[in-house]
Design a binder for this molecule. Structure first.
Ligand SMILES: NC(=O)C1=CN([C@@H]2O[C@H](COP(=O)(O)OP(=O)(O)OC[C@H]3O[C@@H](n4cnc5c(N)ncnc54)[C@H](O)[C@@H]3O)[C@@H](O)[C@H]2O)C=CC1
Ligand SMILES: O=C(O)[C@@H]1CCC=N1
Length: 281
């Protein structure tokens, strides 16, 4: 496993198939980091989506995937798992003729499926970003099949690094765990924020005060995790005065089974990734 942050190549053309939330985050990151708008092409059937992407980023947006891939050697497949097969089979003749590197962000869908749907012998990268990509503060797990050469890996990494850090995964089966931990992970933090906010209000705080206290606490704690070099358990220990308030709360979380609950949640998310692959084969 290697973790890195690198710069996108500004020149090579990238085609996004699907211009929804995740594509928007990645396109925004690319443009913000200096990629030329005319090096990014997008396909989306939704006219309002196309108009918004063209207006916000100056990229060319098309209704048909076949138009978007014109001249692009990197294809970013950013559609839902449920439509990935149809999108790929439509593009298969182009994939066979042009031999692009195909990068999929879809949860669950395997490189073997993508390769088969694109006609075979395809260079496939699976990428699992997350929504903080919008701020360049995301993290992406990456897996490449054996058809992807060093240049293809470098290009895929450069593209995703516009969204934040990247982590290469050698064993594709672990991509479902990546999805469960970091792909879905921002939602767990948002859920915790919701719960803490509601609890603060129940204790008598004004809603605005509760929100500010919670979000600055999460921001500050995340920065300490990132910047202190200390393990989470050590940082927690330093907050927890013996016999104090934190101990009362942490013991409540522990006796309520928080760790087991987190393990089950992440196991279920990973299992759902495998189900998505099977259900959309
Ligand atoms: N939202 C998230 O936090 C993350 C999402 N993903 C993956 O990203 C993929 C896209 O997710 P979102 O962007 O959240 O969904 P979304 O629904 O916002 O975007 C999907 C887009 O695909 C378009 N689309 C539908 N059929 C199409 C076709 N035939 N050709 C071209 N475009 C088509 C839709 O109009 C829509 O704009 C999914 O596979 C998901 O698993 C991965 C990591 C995180
Ligand atoms: O919920 C999902 O299926 C997608 C994949 C990871 C985050 N969102």
């Amino acid at each position: 496993m290697t973790t890195s942050v690198s710069r996108p190549s500004p020149s090579a053309t990238v085609a996004f198939i699907g211009g929804g939330n995740m594509a928007r985050s990645l396109i925004g990151g690319l443009i913000a980091r200096g990629a030329a708008a005319d090096s990014v092409r997008v396909a989306d059937p939704n006219e309002a989506t196309r108009r918004a992407l063209a207006a916000d980023f100056g990229v060319a947006a098309f209704a048909e995937a076949a138009e978007a891939v014109e001249g692009a050697s990197l294809w970013m497949l950013a559609v839902k798992p449920q439509v990935m097969r149809e999108v790929c089979t439509t593009l298969a003749p182009r994939a066979q003729a042009e031999r692009p590197t195909a990068v999929s962000v879809a949860a669950g869908i395997t490189s073997t499926q993508l390769d088969r749907w694109l006609g075979g012998d395809t260079a496939v990268v699976r990428a699992m970003p997350n929504t903080p990509a919008l701020l360049g503060a995301g993290v992406t797990g990456l897996y490449a099949n054996h058809r992807v050469d060093a240049a293809g890996r470098e290009r895929a990494q450069a593209l995703l690094s516009s969204a934040g850090a990247t982590v290469w995964i050698d064993d594709e089966a672990q991509m479902d765990a990546v999805t469960a931990v970091s792909g879905s992970g921002p939602a767990y933090v948002f859920l915790l924020a919701e719960a803490m906010e509601e609890a603060g209000i129940a204790e008598g705080l004004a809603p605005e005060a509760a929100r500010t206290l919670v979000l600055q606490t999460i921001l500050g704690a995340a920065r300490m995790l990132n910047e202190s070099g200390e393990a989470p358990a050590e940082l927690r220990r330093r907050v927890t005065s013996p016999g104090g308030t934190t101990q009362a709360a942490v013991e409540t979380f522990e006796s309520g089974g928080l760790r087991g609950l987190a393990a089950r949640a992440i196991r279920n998310a990973a299992a759902r990734g495998r189900e998505l692959a099977a259900a959309n084969d």
